[in-house]
Design a protein around this ligand. Structure first.
Ligand SMILES: C[S@@+](CC[C@H](N)C(=O)[O-])C[C@H]1O[C@@H](n2cnc3c(N)ncnc32)[C@H](O)[C@@H]1O
Length: 169
């Protein structure tokens, strides 16, 4: 009985640690974009109806849901299953039918089908992410990054510390 209890507690501690630390190794830990940044993200992305939007590391789903509520098909990749579940429930409650959430590591996803990519990641992954985006994304793809910059591409516009990049391939 005591052994089972100890094993149960250990399992919970290990699961929580993995959820907290895995994103730290392969991307940013969860920190939601603030409302004023979301306004800048929307402004810089300036989507058209047929655009396909993805948020890399969608957190609690707020970016994906905002786009969906405005009528745009939008997707989010998120590595933390609890945040994916939370996002799905939130989108359902808000009636945001065009919001789609996918559990998974964005490093393993093909980004070529998206022409607007939003992200709020972390400095040390930006060089590798720049390479992935340049390799996979079509010309004129818009990348909207909250806070962080790519090392070798110049932002086309900056608004409230949100950067807009346009890919030229
Ligand atoms: C700073 S938060 C941003 C959340 C949301 N995009 C926003 O702007 O409010 C970064 C999110 O990326 C997720 N993440 C980090 N690395 C990831 C990866 N390789 N694949 C998928 N999600 C990842 C984290 O779990 C976290 O929820």
């Amino acid at each position: 009985m005591i052994l089972e209890l100890i094993l149960g507690i250990l399992f919970i501690i290990i699961s929580i640690s993995l959820l907290l630390f895995i994103p730290l190794i392969i991307g940013a830990p969860f920190e939601p974009s603030k409302d004023d940044r979301i306004k800048s993200i929307l402004k810089l992305a300036s989507p058209k109806k047929k655009d396909r939007i993805v948020d890399l590391g969608s957190g609690d789903g707020r970016i994906v849901i905002v786009f969906a509520e405005k009528g745009y098909e939008s997707h989010g990749y998120e590595i933390n299953p609890w945040l994916v579940l939370y996002s799905i429930i939130k989108a359902k409650i808000k009636g945001a039918k065009k919001a789609h959430f996918h559990l998974g590591n964005f490093w393993n996803k093909d980004l070529s089908k998206y022409n607007i990519i939003t992200l709020f990641q972390i400095g040390y992954i930006m060089p590798k992410l720049e390479e992935k985006i340049k390799k996979e994304c079509k010309s004129k793809t818009k990348i909207v990054s909250n806070k962080w910059t790519f090392p070798n591409i110049k932002p086309k516009k900056i608004n409230n510390n949100v950067k807009l990049y346009i890919i030229k391939n």
